[in-house]
Design a protein around this ligand. Structure first.
Ligand code: CS2
Length: 486
């Protein structure tokens, strides 16, 4: 028998304790979010819904899918309802979420989006578009105006033609200024150090390069009325599987085409500098602090740093998921020793690194979570500079030994070897895949290849460090043979 589809009409069939705490019909569109992926639905949407419930303030989210409009259409077919299942080690807890009040494809929904971005009632924009969505130059962090998508957006005749989120936000802010200029806060929710400043920079660079006669007025208004706080978000959210879909249906009694799953743990730390009204996310445990840097670097370098190391070492050793890699003899040792190596680079004021490492071990071994190493290993050329390279620079400048980071870098290098079909060896994707492949094709030997790979990451200084290059190259043969020696 087929179950009815999850939507407002079917909600009464869902067990009462699994229904959303808020009625989405009573919320107003006050946040516009770009990036309709599972992470947003499992993280910011949950905080927003709980904050709306606890405060009685009607904060609803308009979720925008930047590329494919398919997910937005599927979500609309469910009146924007979907379920979130928390994967505890021994059981699961499912609940329907009602935080999203509208779902749009960025291009087909352009006219509605124009209105929302200019509306004073919308005072927060949030983004989960991954590192590559920012189109930053690897060397300077400036907007890469030569990237074809950015160049096309700079020349676009109207907002329905825009394909980059950076261009869409810049055009939206310009329209907002022209419509009266209510203050607004734009919140990057992606895994980058100083993500607020990074976002502010590329949006300002876009405005400065746009052919608009009033672009200087837009920049001046932005300086006074638009905030770009830095944030750090944490929750492990693996891609949803067919088994997850079936489990959600069994729990709900209705069919949810868009369920998401995540670990029970979640964290959100935000720089307390908003330009206008915001949801009281602190009512659901978010932390507003004057300076997020200690939290941000701890999370990026320890959690995400260990994730990437597990991804590439695990791939070399034939493992599939984080929990599988942790079950290998070297998994826990890797996490503890990488955290210990990186800890001296972390500023004071964040979590205690040793306790953080122990928590990571517990989170990573959770057998309920099927987090694919392939998912984490993708886009490595953009993730690794954030996760490993600044720590490596600090340590090498202090003449500290860096054996675990060298092993991790070697594992990443090993994973960039071209596969027989021309793709990446372990099924990962990377926007720099062609350039990485050339490093192997044109490298005159292991050390030369490692140097070229580091150049591709924009790390010319590290490529010029012979001790590092030799140590990384020396690790390659064992990894190639599938051995992780730590
Ligand atoms: C992961 C992150 O895919 C990845 O690169 O390291 O998505 C990680 O799961 C989250 O940042 C956890 O908060």
């Amino acid at each position: 028998m087929t179950s009815p589809v999850l939507n407002l009409a079917a909600l009464p069939r869902v067990p009462e304790h699994l229904r959303p705490p808020v009625d989405p019909r009573e919320l107003r569109p006050r946040i516009v979010h770009f990036g309709l992926g599972a992470f947003h639905r499992a993280h910011q949407a949950r905080y927003t819904e709980n904050a709306a419930y606890r405060s009685g303030e009607p904060w609803g989210i308009v979720a925008v899918a930047p590329r494919s409009a398919g997910t937005a259409a599927e979500l609309r077919a469910q009146d924007c309802l979907y379920s979130l299942t928390e994967l505890h080690p021994a059981d699961t807890v499912t609940r329907v979420s009602g935080a999203i009040v509208e779902a749009l494809g960025m291009r087909p929904g352009a006219a509605r989006l124009d209105a929302l971005l200019a509306a004073p009632d919308v005072s927060v924009l949030t983004l989960t578009i991954t590192e590559k969505g920012y189109h930053r130059r690897a060397d300077t962090g400036a907007l890469d105006t030569a990237a074809p998508a950015v160049a096309a957006d700079l020349a676009a005749a109207d907002t329905a033609a825009l394909t980059t989120v950076v261009g869409r936000i810049a055009a939206g802010l310009a329209a907002r200024m022209r419509a009266g200029g209510a203050p607004v806060t734009v919140v990057s929710c992606d895994n980058m150090a100083a993500n607020g400043a990074a976002l502010g920079r590329v949006v300002r660079d876009f405005v400065a390069a746009a052919p608009w006669p009033d672009r200087q007025a837009v920049l001046d208004w932005m300086a006074a009325s638009v905030a770009f706080p830095s944030t750090i978000l944490d929750r492990i959210v693996p891609a949803t599987t067919e088994a997850d879909r079936q489990a959600a249906r069994a729990a709900l009694g209705v069919h949810d085409a868009l369920p998401v799953v995540g670990e029970p743990y979640r964290q959100w730390v935000l720089e307390d500098s908003f330009a206008g009204p915001r949801p009281p996310w602190e009512l659901d445990g978010a932390l507003f602090v004057p300076d997020v840097v200690p939290y941000q670097l701890t999370k990026l370098r320890l959690l995400n740093g260990c994730h990437s190391a597990l991804a590439y070492l695990g791939a070399a050793a034939g493992r599939t998921t984080v929990a599988d890699a942790m079950a290998a003899g070297w998994g826990e040792r890797l996490v503890r020793s990488l955290c210990a190596e990186i800890a001296p680079t972390l500023p004071a004021g964040g979590p205690d690194p040793a306790a953080y490492a122990e928590d990571l071990v517990q989170r990573f071994v959770n057998p309920g979570i099927r987090h694919l190493l392939r998912q984490i290993g993708s886009d490595g050329s953009l993730k690794i500079p954030e996760r490993w390279l600044d720590a490596l620079r600090t340590l090498r400048a202090a003449s500290a030994a860096t054996p675990v980071l060298e092993l991790a870098l070697a594992a990443w290098a090993n994973a960039t070897r071209p596969a027989a079909d021309g793709g990446q060896l372990f099924g990962t994707t990377d926007p720099a895949a062609a350039a990485l492949r050339r490093c192997w094709q044109e490298g005159t030997g292991p050390e030369d290849t490692v140097r070229r790979l580091l150049h591709t990451l924009g790390a010319t200084d590290l490529a010029a460090d012979p001790g590092l290059v030799t140590a990384v190259a020396a690790r390659l043969p064992a990894l190639r043979a599938g051995r992780v020696e730590i």
